[in-house]
Design a protein around this ligand. Structure first.
Ligand code: FAD
Length: 826
């Protein structure tokens, strides 16, 4: 089994690494995916017939056509500058319109189609004209970050002028407000009301969607969240909400699709420092949140909503939104499914994320055109609008009759690739390709340091901060041009470090789940790690109650039992053995229902032996690390705790549960239930935490472990929580544990280092266990220290062994380990 796990680990690391690559290119750039898969296909959809590659048919078409165009003086590529283009569009342009490809809408579908077309070689270079009402392309999946201030506008909404610079694409700023498909022309109106006609040879409709009123009376009181201006407006609203201090601010979000969930959790994160805490409600009409999402993402979403304390109401519809009688806010009238009665939710801010329909412009395409769901244009698999051969539609405005992925940027990206080919093919008498959607997965944000990723049909999953990093990294590379990718990367890094996010990522992993937000079943504690770190530590009201049953008033070694978390694990059981051998009483923590298994492990005579004295000092207690009461009961009466928990499952999410939540729950409850000594001004409990080399700062090879679910970053957050908890603590960071047997010490003596000194080395689990036991025996040298543990090799090992032999009996485990720890402590 161990070999199997070891064999799988590199595979898992590889999957982690490739995940962002898959997202970065493959889903929106089929040729890039082909390159990634080592299939040589020049920027064409995967099922493009290889004999019809344009580059093979016209090897030098690009250069010759540009020369020919220049000679003939037609369709000269214009600067991507709205002003210049507008000037040229005035008057009649009928003579050049057959060779003009007009693209209405510069969102994901339209912009990528324009960029793709501009890179193809043409016999006669067409004029590619992109028309949009705005000056900027908007990377909609990053709209949350823009609203809550964790992304800059330059990353989320770059100017078309900059994106199109040097591409030859003409940009026209204006609103297309009518389309004459018989006359093959568009009417474009400018901001000042001026109107122009623009002829086309091929037309691409990529106007996306727009919010639908949904027939809810008073819906205009709600903020929508579908466009750049909505995010800017929300940013202002957040500031307004933050000024409400005399009572909890109330935010109601309508719609439990992924946008509603992502927005609710991001808002909660943005308002997390608000006092009193805001009341955020999420209303959803259906029985299940995010019905179209992967199971993993849905579970993560529910987890994130619970941590963010968002109040979710399912099967709840909004009947109307009306002004509040006593405040400047609103009242949302809601109705539960199956109930005649309605109730009223007061709100300082209402946000509608539900109800999107195709852009109203779709209505302008004349009546011959079939309409699909939500007013979308019914299109063939070639992406041509049904009944109109030279008009194409992609993205949110197109209805492909239920093909998966509709209404997502991912689909728009993929459609753009097909469309580029099909338009090129239409000019070159080639067969168009039928669009096929490749589902690559889904990435969600739940705040600046939390997210969820499900890819390859839920086989590759990430949660928490690693998912958040993977998502932002993928979105950097998904940006439409190389220059914009660089800008987005710099903006992310700059803003992250400015806001302390990078530091926080390392220090407070996993993410937003501060101590305040750790979900503990049955518990409602909201104290933060800052509160825990307050000096003197805040003693909870129920502490006296807890403490009354506890017999200890000091931390004298051997004065009370040691609770060992992870006592049936490979390190934990050796910790138990080491403690028992040194005379401690031990409470071995085992998972619910695990006592029989634990007894079987410990009954093995070669493990702790049969001596009644030793066996009589061992007690098993079941505990559930996600349940506050269960943890309290398990550690009751134990002044000492050793946490030897560690994720050993292949799931990438395991570290965030085991090394993150459960470990942090144990730390928090240990602090919350420890007696407080007014004499020494400290909590009376010594907590030993086993983590790993490379936890404190970056260094190879140790840090590469982070590819395994971000495990070191998660462990670091647990370390930080312990450092701030007010508990007396010792952190033991071992090197690689897999290769050394229990007798490793004989040939490879242990060497102990201070924090962030070592990033590689081997140590045995038994050596780690001995070090943990010694830390409790020698609080004078171990208190509030970090020890990094690796073994000596080569000549250093030989020297230490001969030194030990010289010392003979005086080199006992006790003295040796104490000296090792003392050396670090000096
Ligand atoms: C908040 C939010 C988060 C999202 N997150 C994700 C996600 O994580 N993953 C995912 O896959 N999808 C996501 N989506 C959905 C995704 O962004 C859309 O499916 C995608 O943008 C559709 O692309 P499009 O090209 O069809 O339209 P859009 O990107 O909406 O672009 C349409 C463009 O057309 C322009 N336009 C509209 N009407 C006219 C007109 N009459 N004349 C000229 N120009 C016009 C608009 O100004 C706009 O620039 C999200 C959407 C939102 C709102």
């Amino acid at each position: 089994m161990r070999t199997f796990v070891e064999m799988c680990l590199p595979l898992q690391l590889l999957i982690s690494l490739t995940l962002s690559l898959i997202y970065c290119h493959a889903d929106h750039d089929i040729s890039a995916r082909a390159a990634f898969l080592r299939i040589s296909a020049p920027r064409l959809p995967r099922n493009t017939p290889r004999h019809s590659s344009p580059s093979r048919l016209q090897p030098s078409a690009s250069i010759s056509s540009i020369r020919s165009i220049r000679r003939n003086g037609i369709a000269l590529p214009a600067a991507a500058d709205g002003t210049a283009a507008s000037a040229r569009t005035s008057g009649s342009d009928a003579e050049s319109s057959a060779n003009r490809i007009c693209i209405v809408g510069g969102g994901f579908g339209g912009l990528l189609t324009a960029l793709g077309l501009s890179k193809l070689p043409w016999k006669v270079q067409p004029e590619i004209t992109l028309i949009d009402t705005k000056d900027q392309f908007v990377f909609l999946p990053l709209l949350y970050e823009l609203a809550v201030g964790t992304a800059e506008q330059s990353e989320v909404a770059p100017l078309f002028r900059e994106l199109l610079y040097g591409t030859g694409i003409r940009f026209v700023k204006g609103r297309v407000d009518s389309i004459d498909v018989d006359g093959k022309k568009l009417s474009v109106s400018g901001a000042g009301g001026e109107r122009r006609e623009l002829g086309y040879g091929r037309l691409v409709l990529a106007m996306g969607g727009e919010p639908s009123a949904g027939g809810i009376p008073g819906v205009e009181r709600a903020l929508r969240f579908t466009a750049l201006n909505d995010a800017i407006q929300l940013k202002k609203e957040i500031q307004r909400i933050k000024r409400i201090r005399d009572r909890p601010a109330r935010v109601v979000l309508v719609g439990g699709g992924y946008i509603g969930v992502e927005l609710a959790t991001n808002l909660a994160a943005a308002l997390s420092s608000q006092s009193p805490p805001p009341q955020i409600s999420l209303l959803h009409r259906g029985p299940q949140l995010m019905p179209l999402s992967a199971e993993h993402n849905r579970k993560q979403a529910i987890r994130a909503l619970r941590e963010a304390r968002v109040d979710v109401s399912l099967e709840t519809s909004v009947a109307s939104i009306r002004p509040a009688s006593d405040t400047s806010g609103s009242e949302v009238v809601v109705q539960k499914k199956g109930s005649e009665d309605s109730s009223v939710l007061p709100a300082d801010l209402v946000i509608m994320t539900a109800g999107v329909r195709a852009s109203g412009l779709a209505d302008m395409v004349n009546g011959r055109v079939e309409r699909g769901r939500g007013g979308r244009l019914a299109v063939e698999r070639t992406l041509a609008v049904k009944g109109l051969g030279d008009v194409y539609a992609i993205g949110d405005v197109a209805d492909l009759g239920g093909v998966e992925g509709e209404g997502t940027a991912q689909a728009a990206f993929q459609q753009a690739d097909y469309l580029v080919w099909n338009i090129w093919a239409s000019y070159n008498d080639k067969k168009p390709l039928a669009y096929r959607y490749t589902k690559l997965g889904e990435m969600l944000t739940f705040g600046p340091l939390d997210g969820s990723v499900a890819a390859l049909g839920d086989r590759v999953t990430l949660g928490g901060p690693l998912a958040s990093i993977a998502r932002r990294s993928a979105y950097i590379i998904r940006q439409p041009t190389p220059r914009q990718r660089l800008r987005a990367a710099l903006s992310y890094l700059g803003l992250s470090s400015q806001k302390g996010l990078l530091r926080t990522l390392v220090d407070r992993f996993p993410g937003r789940s501060r101590a305040t937000e750790i979900p503990i079943e049955g518990g409602s504690s909201r104290e933060s790690d800052d509160e825990l770190s307050a000096s003197p530590p805040v003693v909870k009201a129920d502490r006296e109650e807890q403490a009354s049953g506890q017999p200890w008033t000091s931390l004298e070694p051997l004065s009370g039992p040691v609770f060992v978390a992870g006592a049936t694990g490979r390190t934990g059981r050796r910790v138990v053995r080491s403690l028992l051998e040194q005379g401690w009483r031990v409470v071995a923590g085992v998972r619910p229902g695990g006592i029989t298994r634990a007894e079987a492990i410990y009954a093995n005579s070669s493990f702790i032996g049969q001596e009644e004295d030793i066996k009589g000092r061992l007690e098993f207690r079941e505990w559930d690390g996600m349940n506050e009461d269960s943890i309290s009961r398990a550690i009751q009466g134990c002044p000492f705790v050793v946490c030897a928990l560690g994720a050993n499952s292949l799931s990438l999410a395991a570290p965030s549960t085991v090394d993150g939540k459960i470990t942090q729950n144990l730390i928090r409850i240990s602090a919350a239930t420890a007696p407080y000594s007014t004499e020494t001004n400290q909590l009376l409990r010594h907590f030993v935490l086993v983590t790993s080399l490379g936890t404190g700062s970056f260094g190879l090879p140790a840090s590469s472990l982070n590819l395994f679910g971000g495990i070191l970053l998660i462990k670091r957050q647990s370390e930080r929580l312990l450092e701030k908890s007010g508990l007396q603590y010792t952190i033991v960071r071992p090197g690689g544990l897999e290769r050394a047997g229990d007798d490793y010490e004989r040939e490879h003596p242990l060497v102990v280092y201070g924090a962030d000194e070592k990033y590689g080395g081997i140590v045995s689990r038994q050596q780690v266990a001995d070090l943990c036991a010694q830390a409790l025996c020698r609080p004078e040298v171990s208190k509030n220290k970090i020890f990094e543990a690796v073994t000596a090799t080569g000549s250093e090992a030989a020297q230490l062994i001969s030194e030990r032999q010289r010392q003979g009996d005086s080199a006992t485990l006790d003295t040796r380990y104490r000296d090792l720890m003392a050396a670090v402590s000096q």
